[in-house]
Design a protein around this ligand. Structure first.
Ligand code: SF4
Length: 69
């Protein structure tokens, strides 16, 4: 599972933009401006395409509404 959905930078992140592209999802932001530090990507090979998930990242910051759960 991609950790980005719980990260406060998800709507600005250049790496997550690529994840959205690989999953053929609409982009939250067409001009992401945040470069994450050392995102680790897991590649899922599908018959017709490849999908990416971020599994670790040096810039991950939990969204505030999730950090107290
Ligand atoms: S975890 Fe890293 S790659 Fe994912 S949205 Fe946050 S900063 Fe970007």
């Amino acid at each position: 599972m991609c950790i980005c959905v719980n990260c406060q930078f998800v709507d600005r992140c250049i790496a997550y933009y690529q994840v959205e592209t690989s999953h053929q999802k609409p982009h939250q932001n067409l001009s992401p401006d945040f470069q994450p530090r050392q995102p680790q990507i897991r590649v899922h090979r599908q018959p017709a395409q490849m999908e990416f998930d971020i599994v670790n990242c040096g810039s991950f910051q939990a969204q505030e509404n999730l950090s107290n759960v």
